[in-house]
Design a protein around this ligand. Sequence first.
Ligand SMILES: [Zn+2]
Length: 163
Amino acid sequence: MILPVFTWQQPVLREQASPVQEFGSALKPLAANLEDTMRGAYGIGLAAPQIGISTRALFVGYEDAGIPFLFVANPEILWRSREKSLGEEACLSLPGVFGDVKRPEAIRVRYQDTEGRQRELAVDGLFARVLQHEIDHLNGILFTDYIPEAERRQGKHSAYPTV
Ligand SMILES: [Zn+2]
């Protein structure tokens, strides 16, 4: 189901989200709603707080950049590369704002799938950036927190998909 995306000052975007505790059929509707809403908004990532649910779950997917469609519960960043890269970001929860954020170029993440199985991912480039952006959402952090107001850009940007 495509749900409305929570934006701007809505408090759920600033909360520390709670861990996913029930898996399997109990979790499938959340996974489906995240995927549907992300696709419906032409996003490449969406975290549960962005649909008003303060739970540590997110969805990513962007075929053009080789990012598989993937549900991620309870992610934990195990390792971050010392090398950082600057990349433009935007957010479905902050429409019309974008800017450059410096983040580790590569990360290793442990997470659980919809069945609660432990999995690990080692990713870099855009995949690593999107995951870090989404994991930030689970901790109440928005990408604009990293950018001084004067350096944020406004308007429509066509080149970069949103998360
Ligand atoms: Zn976002």
